[in-house]
Write a protein that binds this ligand. Structure first.
Ligand SMILES: *Cc1c(COP(=O)(O)O)cnc(C)c1O
Length: 387
């Protein structure tokens, strides 16, 4: 039997910063000020490998390194293959750029009618509002602009973005992302959300954020208050591994849900981090315990220098196959590839149709057993009319 997960086994505490006061530790600005950025910061607590040390040099012109003390604590300092470590500590392998990789892997630059707005689907837009994050994921799909290590100089005007949304009445859904929107000041965020929700044709707003995961301290009473006041706000967070589900994150998710914000999770399938059914199962079970719906599982985008973190798409399909039917349906994310050059998200599913003909479908269930389901035509011949 699968052993039940218990909250008391989840990570909690100040870890390496046990000497810091509660006042500092629970202050999100203190967490940001005390982020680990340079290799010397990391070397205080763990032994960097040669590949990681070289990674810091490459990162300078690629994507900044930054990790909050809170998130750093989840890293196992004695395990060079720690799944948390590999998400945020750079590697020399980031200099390997394969010929299928791109600086803008999902073709956002070509669908930007105004700076910061990506308009790819008919009824919804992606609104990029900042280039800053609380910590930087080494596989960031937007590393061309995020952290500004590549001198992109991302300074979108909110006015221009809001004007565009206002003028395009076919837009009913706005996804606010970046960078991380929850790093905006309370006032800026509140103004943005209020202006968006005042646009008559907007019926759905969501924020994409990894702040609850990197910096749960940011979810203050004031922030909850701002979010609570929005009528149609959802939040998508980004957790890749069950170890990221800490007691702090649990508590923040509870507060968000209790403030009326539905939560979804987007994971990225990452080699040797979460690319097996056991890890993914543990993650999605923890997500349900936190009242977070697993939304998407992404194939890792073809971002430059990420091949060491990428699996073959068949790995993702296989994982879904080992989850579907074997555990709670609510827990199963949709596996997608965000197609190169602006194709958008394309779902990839295990094939449950073994055969299809005039008579109907031969289907395979989660145990591999076969079942026949009749075609519409066959059903009709057997209809009994009720007098
Ligand atoms: C992911 C994405 C969306 C939202 O897509 P959903 O399938 O509705 O989650 C919208 N616009 C862009 C450009 C996106 O990349």
């Amino acid at each position: 039997m699968y052993p039940a997960d218990k909250l008391e086994n989840w990570f909690y505490g100040k870890g390496h910063w046990s000497q810091s006061s509660d006042e500092n530790w629970f202050d999100w600005r203190w967490q940001l000020r005390n982020r680990l950025n340079k290799k010397e910061d990391f070397q205080k607590y763990l032994q960097l490998t040669d590949a990681e040390i070289e990674g810091f040099n490459i990162a300078q012109n690629k994507l900044s390194v930054s990790v909050t003390p809170y998130f750093f604590n989840i890293i196992d300092p004695n395990n060079p293959n720690c799944p948390i470590r590999k998400q945020v500590i750079p590697s020399s392998q980031e200099s390997v750029i394969s010929d299928t990789e791109m600086a803008d892997p999902v073709g956002e630059e070509n669908s930007m009618p105004v700076p910061g707005i990506v308009h790819r689907y008919p009824d919804r837009v992606l609104f990029l509002v900042t280039d800053r994050c609380a910590s930087y994921c080494r596989y960031c799909t937007r590393s061309r602009l995020v952290s500004n290590a590549q001198d992109y100089g991302f300074h979108p005007s909110f006015d221009e973005g809001l004007d565009y949304i206002e003028k395009n009445t076919s837009i009913r859904d706005v996804l606010i992302s970046g960078g991380d929107p929850l790093l905006l000041s309370d006032d800026k965020l509140e103004t943005l959300l209020t202006r968006l929700s005042n646009i008559k044709h907007i019926e759905f707003i969501r924020i994409g954020s990894r702040v609850p995961v990197f910096l749960p301290q940011r979810v203050t009473e004031r922030l909850l208050d701002i979010l609570k006041r929005q009528e149609n706000l959802w939040l998508s967070i980004h957790i890749n591994h069950p170890l990221e589900c800490t007691k702090e994150l649990y508590s923040v998710c509870r507060k968000l849900v209790n403030s009326g914000i539905p939560l979804g999770n987007q994971s990225v399938l990452l080699k040797d981090i979460n690319d097996n059914p056991e890890t993914m199962k543990s993650l999605i079970h923890r997500l349900l315990m936190m009242k977070v719906k697993p939304y998407y599982l992404y194939q890792c985008d073809l971002i430059e220098g990420s091949s060491h973190l990428r699996t073959d798409p068949s790995v993702g399909i296989k994982i879904i196959e080992e989850l579907r039917g074997h555990t709670t349906g609510y827990a199963i994310p949709q596996f997608v590839i965000d197609a190169p050059r602006g194709g958008g998200k394309i779902p990839l599913n295990p094939n449950y149709i073994v055969n299809k003909n005039e008579e109907g479908l031969t289907l395979k269930n989660y145990e591999g057993k076969k079942f026949h389901y009749p075609s519409g035509k066959t059903v009709k011949t057997n209809v009994t009319l009720i007098p």
